[in-house]
Design a protein around this ligand. Structure first.
Ligand code: UDP
Ligand code: MG
Length: 326
């Protein structure tokens, strides 16, 4: 069975045409498909449209958040209510073409665990396309997962990927990087992208700063998540050793210059700027080392986090979802 998961935030006008396209594709390819709309706290009548669709098509399921929790939470809730072995996610705004679904399934085959879309020809404004290029290059470089379009909303997954990565905040941008870090095989196909027909984009300029900060977090989590002391401790040790080195030289000179036989001009330590640097480095080294120890302590007592969203209603999905059993 194939589960199509659609995060939906104020997209009421797009939902019916999207459902129609999906139904056509399911019929044409003979797919056993369920369509899960996750209403991420829409304030338009998206939920009413989902209810209507569910009433006339038993393959449609719905999950409604009490308020807007963000795309990551919506994807996470959708996937945890999915019963398919394979999951396709796509945006609700009709920008992703459902006709690509057969291509995704063909590409996934036995070869990959996740196939990500690449909107080679993008129908978005330049102020979205250019930052996105830079972002993709940075993510590929820092995480080693070479994709042209990490944040493409349309992707195909083996469901078990989501048992292992937790999507919170805006981490949906890094699903391929997070999955690859756990050993899943990642592929990419080119897909057709369409301009937005109804409503407007939900992500503004602030996503550039947030995306960059999240990238630092992802790099840290994937590279040092299990051993924070390896990076923090390395920085701390380096700072400490340099600081201690400078301090030793200064103290040594101070001592030796006070012994007349060596004939050195006596120095006053407080007149040496190097003293300040050395003290700063020593303090910094101590700080990094102790934060690293805190990180290690935290990991060794780590408990699985609680859900980051709250659901108000459901249609046609299991009442005791997998996430609540864990
Ligand atoms: N979305 C969501 N919650 C949010 C923001 C967006 O579920 O808080 C959904 C939105 O309805 C759409 C998808 O995520 O289906 C992508 O959003 P959008 O089209 O605004 O992003 P863009 O294509 O402009 O990057
Ligand atoms: Mg869009």
């Amino acid at each position: 069975m194939l589960s199509v998961v659609i995060p939906t935030y104020n997209e009421s006008l797009s939902l019916e045409p999207l459902h129609k396209e999906l139904a056509e594709i399911a019929a044409a390819n003979d797919y056993d498909m369920e369509i899960i709309f996750v209403d991420d706290g829409s304030i338009d009548d998206s939920w009413q449209v989902i209810e209507r669709l569910a009433a006339k098509d038993s393959r449609v399921r719905g999950v409604r958040f009490r308020r807007n929790f963000g795309k990551s939470a919506a994807l996470s809730a959708g996937v945890s209510h999915a019963s398919g072995v394979l999951v396709v996610t796509l945006d609700a705004d009709l920008q992703d073409d459902p006709h690509e679904i057969p291509h995704f399934l063909a590409a996934l085959g036995d070869k990959y665990d996740l196939v990500s879309g690449w909107k080679r020809l993008r129908h978005d404004p330049w102020n979205k396309v250019i930052p996105s290029r830079v972002f993709n290059a940075m993510v590929s470089w820092l995480t080693g997962v070479e994709l042209h379009d990490h944040n493409c909303g349309m992707k195909c997954y083996r469901r078990e990927i989501f048992d292992e990565i937790s999507l919170y905040g805006e981490m949906h941008r890094f699903i391929p990087a997070l999955a690859a870090a756990r050993g899943f095989r990642i592929g990419e196909i080119e897909i057709k992208h369409r301009p937005r027909r109804f409503g407007q984009s939900k992500f503004g300029v602030s996503r550039i700063v947030k995306g960059f900060l999240d990238l630092l977090t992802v790099k840290f989590l994937t590279a040092f998540g299990q051993r924070p002391q390896h990076i923090l401790g390395s920085i701390g040790l380096l700072a400490f050793v340099i600081g201690a080195g400078i301090m030793t030289v200064l103290a040594g000179y101070w001592l030796v210059s006070r012994i007349p036989v060596f004939g050195l001009a006596p120095i006053q330590l407080h007149e040496r700027p190097a003293l300040l640097y050395s003290v700063a480095l020593l303090l910094m080294g101590g700080q990094f080392l102790s934060v690293g120890i805190l990180g290690e302590l935290f990991i060794s007592y780590h408990r699985p986090e609680r859900r980051s969203y709250s659901i108000s209603e459901k249609i046609g999905v299991d009442s005791s979802p997998k996430e609540e059993k864990s």
